[in-house]
Design a protein around this ligand. Structure first.
Ligand SMILES: Nc1ncnc2c1ncn2[C@@H]1O[C@H](COP(=O)(O)OP(=O)(O)OP(=O)(O)O)[C@@H](O)[C@H]1O
Ligand SMILES: [Mg+2]
Length: 308
């Protein structure tokens, strides 16, 4: 099982769309996939679940917020209890694959504040112990047996580096960074990766402290940058974007995926309304859109890089 955090500081670069569609394409190809929505905006959740359904079935006890809150109250619940299988999507999967989701909550933003209070401590040793315990919460949750059945778990992160985001990084084997091909979207990538390295180092240093319990060290790897919303002309990115993509490939310390997601306003703008990822045919009567969206090639790159 591989756990992947999908992250970029920059908002609106296509993190959620990539998470939903890469997950759907992998499931289409026969993988067992779990998506976790860790963003308080809950865009991934609402790409699969109608707001009314969420308000009825998920708002109180069915989201990742309920799981964090239960832990805070000292009455932990199993993370796996929150797994939901969206029927309409799984009906479209013709093979053996499966696509499940753990939903987010608009109030998840408060969880960051609750977790921040738990950091610090009377002594340095206590503070380090608290740091480990807060940051590895999701990693520990994902150790439940039920998660072993998944080939891949994709975590859609919010556009920030708050504590909840850090719990995703600590839990992950890989970091996947979607970006639009422009200066502002790519500016933060190396900075993000330096922060990931710093977090990893702090965590591993603190994990070495003798706490009576062995804490496993972590090693989240930068699996790659994926360009999103690429405009094509004659089957190639338009020249301004092509130049930019080449520049990032030369300058970035991270590998860059060979394939990219194409820009398609019609397909992507309407997808959430139908609750079906673009790649599975956002419109009710459309068929598999892997080639149209560019998801097919990106998924090939992902499978190769993640060793799936
Ligand atoms: N390939 C694409 N072509 C056209 N529009 C796209 C494409 N991918 C995403 N979009 C649109 O761009 C907007 C932002 O996408 P998305 O929500 O996936 O980004 P995000 O990085 O998750 O944003 P946030 O930082 O707010 O979480 C959405 O309206 C989405 O429908
Ligand atoms: Mg998003």
């Amino acid at each position: 099982m591989k756990i992947v955090a999908v992250i970029n500081y920059k908002g609106g670069v296509g993190k959620t769309s990539l998470t939903a569609n890469l997950g759907a394409e992998l499931a289409w190809r026969g993988k067992n996939v779990l998506l976790i929505d860790l963003d308080a905006q809950a865009s991934l959740t609402f790409s699969f679940i109608q707001p009314e359904e969420w308000a009825t079935h998920f708002i109180d006890k069915g989201s990742i917020k309920a799981w964090f809150d239960a832990y805070e109250r000292g009455k932990p619940i199993e993370l796996a209890k929150l797994i939901h299988t969206p029927e309409r999507i799984n009906q479209r999967l013709t093979g053996k694959g499966k696509l499940d989701i753990i939903c987010s909550h608009l109030g998840l933003i408060n969880v960051d504040l609750d977790l921040a209070v738990k950091l610090g401590g009377a002594s340095l040793a206590q503070a380090k112990l608290n740091f480990i315990n807060v940051h590895r919460r999701l990693a520990v949750g994902l150790q439940e047996d039920e998660f072993d059945g998944y080939d891949v778990i994709l975590i859609d992160c919010p556009p920030n580096f708050n504590i909840v985001t850090k719990t995703a990084i600590i839990a992950s084997n890989f970091i996947l960074v979607p970006t639009r091909p422009d200066q502002l979207s790519t500016l933060g990538i190396d900075y993000l990766m330096r922060n990931v390295e710093k977090l990893t180092k702090d965590y591993n240093d603190y994990a070495e402290l003798d706490q009576g319990e062995r804490v496993e060290k972590i090693d989240p790897k930068a699996i790659g940058v994926v360009f999103t919303m690429i405009q094509e002309y004659g089957n190639q990115p338009i020249s301004a974007q092509r130049a930019f993509m080449a520049r990032l490939k030369r300058a970035s310390t991270m590998p860059v995926f060979k394939h990219y997601i194409k820009r398609n306003d019609t397909l992507f703008a309407d997808a959430p309304i139908y609750g079906i990822p673009v790649v599975l045919g956002g419109y009710e009567n459309q068929s598999h859109q892997g080639v149209v969206s560019g998801l097919e090639g990106v998924t090939d790159d992902f499978i190769a890089a993640a060793g799936l």
